[in-house]
Design a protein around this ligand. Sequence first.
Ligand SMILES: NC(=O)c1ccc[n+]([C@@H]2O[C@H](COP(=O)([O-])OP(=O)(O)OC[C@H]3O[C@@H](n4cnc5c(N)ncnc54)[C@H](OP(=O)(O)O)[C@@H]3O)[C@@H](O)[C@H]2O)c1
Length: 327
Amino acid sequence: MTSVKVAILGFGTVGEGIFNILQEKREQFKTQLGIDLDVAKILVRDATKQRVGIANTLLTESIDEVLAVPNLDVVFEAIVGEEPAYGYLDKAIEHHVNVVTANKVMFAKFGQVLQEKAQKYGVQVGYEATTAGGVPVIKTMENILRVNDVNHVQGILNGTSNYILTQMRTEGISFETALKNAQQLGYAEADPYNDVSGQDAFKKLMILSNLAFGQQPNWDDVEVVGISAITLQQVQEADAKGQRYRHIAEVGLDEDGYIFAKIGPQLVDATHPLYSIDGVDNAVSLDTNYIGKLTLVGPGAGMYPTASVMVEDYADMLVKKPALVTI
Ligand SMILES: NC(=O)c1ccc[n+]([C@@H]2O[C@H](COP(=O)([O-])OP(=O)(O)OC[C@H]3O[C@@H](n4cnc5c(N)ncnc54)[C@H](OP(=O)(O)O)[C@@H]3O)[C@@H](O)[C@H]2O)c1
């Protein structure tokens, strides 16, 4: 049996989901992988705040205390924003600790740097949860790219925007009312700017761009348009013509091999792979040279979809390169 120490950075929606899954699956990991996964530290902003079911000794506000855990093999990062997340993961890699992140804002900017650094230090980086939540787009693309070229990626990458557009069409309500509904149901933040402005989808698209093309377009050259200007009348007129508004993030190579990307509402008809994607679901459609067109659909967010793909990322790492500490 191998004993593996785990740390979780952030104990909000996603962090708590990771903790719960690690508890629930502990016996399964022991029997299937011969590994005993033990959560040794949880880093939060405020360690004095009581967390139900969590011993105070597990909580810390210090990354140094996290990285001082003997035999620490992985850090799951589920905090918000570029910093301190990037600095924490950079430091974890320097301590030869694997990292798994859900943080698209940080990873869109620093993903490449972290991956290069991880290679140098002989550890792995998991980032499935950064893009399209529970939809296994990263793993699928990594696999496809071993043989196929991906020429064009189109996605519905923000569930809140998709929910709002769906509600406008199916319930005949305005953008403002649909947004309020989304907030009441917990699909949209109190400050919905990142979702409805297209910025959230933009960050996820840049992560996919790196993976598919090994590069990102210059961020300043990417047109990013949200959905707030779409009126109910436009949605209804489109519907009458058999068309739907979809908020689509796309990246590809033009005829001269230059990368292009744009994010914004598009009118699509029933022949389009994203036409039927309703509600909070995310979807990613890939154009590949051998397979052809492939579309992945599923939950783009939520505690368990997001947390479970993060634990899967780590399970994959263990299969590729087992942890070394044996008891
Ligand atoms: N929620 C989803 O469905 C979802 C889906 C995909 C990806 N993500 C990504 O996952 C990450 C976490 O999302 P979430 O929804 O779980 O967020 P959340 O509920 O707001 O929780 C954030 C957690 O991070 C901690 N934190 C925030 N800033 C910190 C700092 N400067 N230092 C230390 N800890 C800090 C908070 O500590 P306190 O508890 O002490 O405040 C809290 O425990 C984000 O990057 C998000 O984009 C979320």
